[in-house]
Design a binder for this molecule. Structure first.
Ligand SMILES: C[S@@+](CC[C@H](N)C(=O)[O-])C[C@H]1O[C@@H](n2cnc3c(N)ncnc32)[C@H](O)[C@@H]1O
Length: 284
């Protein structure tokens, strides 16, 4: 049994892969998203660069955000949490003030992590949030915050993939294959991500204050990179959760459609979307 099959049996239903290409995608994605949203944290969140400042990264993946934060604020302590630490560096190579913990953030948070953190960061949980409802996770994150602490959630702002646009460099360049990909992906998404645009309201309804959100318009020079990220993620999904039992099953069909869409991409046809960042603060 593969590690990921074992993880499924243990209740980890993550729909992406955790292999080396997947880790490379997450690392590239970090810098592309950082550029898109203007930094590791929203400008409203002030970080005290002191050893008493505790920051948590939830669903840390490869841990790339933590290491980048630590470069920016060398004195702080950072704890990375993930249901699987398969993509994270071996603890032997971490500095003492960066720690990793296996944690399922959908389950009750152990006492040792309650009210411990000044800042909690979470990014890209589309493949994690269940039943179109982020509230159980947000409640758990609030329990981890110190009074006055900040929560930042960065996400694809989709209700479904209809919120993504196809852009061609000129009307005579065909975008048929890219549009076919998007139509198919959208047909399967069924507004299951309607929780994303509701995040600011959910933050407020769960008691967070000073809630703000931003969705900086994406810059055309980034569209190629964003399209590559989506194509890479969908390729992983095609292996991880779609049916691959026959050449005509959903997985192989999706891969053929992705390959055709990548042909359009080489001609300058891109998918565009702007990331969403939502912040809120726990009352003192
Ligand atoms: C798309 S990756 C994003 C990784 C990282 N936040 C980043 O932006 O590079 C989502 C991460 O959430 C983790 N994850 C999935 N389900 C989780 C859960 N229930 N609790 C904690 N982490 C979870 C996955 O293992 C994966 O590392």
């Amino acid at each position: 049994m593969s590690t990921q099959e074992q993880a499924r049996q243990d209740g980890d239903t993550y729909g992406l892969q955790r292999n080396t290409p997947s880790s490379i995608r997450l690392n590239a994605q970090h810098y592309i998203w950082k550029d898109a949203v203007g930094g590791n944290l929203h400008s409203r969140i002030a970080v005290n660069n002191a050893s008493t400042t505790r920051v948590a990264d939830i669903g840390t993946g490869t841990g790339i955000w933590m290491h980048d934060m630590k470069r920016e604020y060398p004195a702080i302590q950072i704890d990375g949490f993930d249901i699987s630490l398969e993509q994270a560096p071996h603890p032997a190579w971490l500095p003492p003030d960066i720690r990793l913990h296996k944690l399922d953030v959908t389950k009750a948070i152990p006492d040792e992590f309650c009210e411990q953190f000044d800042i909690i960061h979470l990014r890209l949980f589309l493949a994690v949030v269940q039943d179109n409802d982020a509230s159980p996770i947000i409640r758990n994150l609030i329990s981890m915050l110190k009074p006055g602490g900040w929560l930042q959630w960065a996400e694809h702002p989709f209700q479904d993939l209809g919120d993504v646009r196809v852009e061609a460099p000129s009307p005579d360049v065909s975008s048929t294959a890219m549009q076919a990909y998007l139509d198919l992906a959208q047909a399967g998404s069924d507004k299951k991500w309607a929780w994303v645009p509701k995040l600011p309201r959910t933050f407020s309804s769960l008691g967070l204050i000073d809630v703000e959100s931003s969705s900086p318009p994406s810059k055309p020079y980034t569209w190629l990179y964003s399209t590559q990220l989506i194509m890479g993620a969908v390729l992983e999904i095609s292996y991880q959760i779609l049916d691959n039992s026959t050449p005509e099953s959903k997985g192989p069909v999706m891969r053929r459609i992705i390959e055709a869409a990548c042909g359009d991409m080489r001609n300058g046809v891109y998918l565009t979307y702007s990331p969403l960042v939502v912040i809120g603060r726990k009352r003192l």
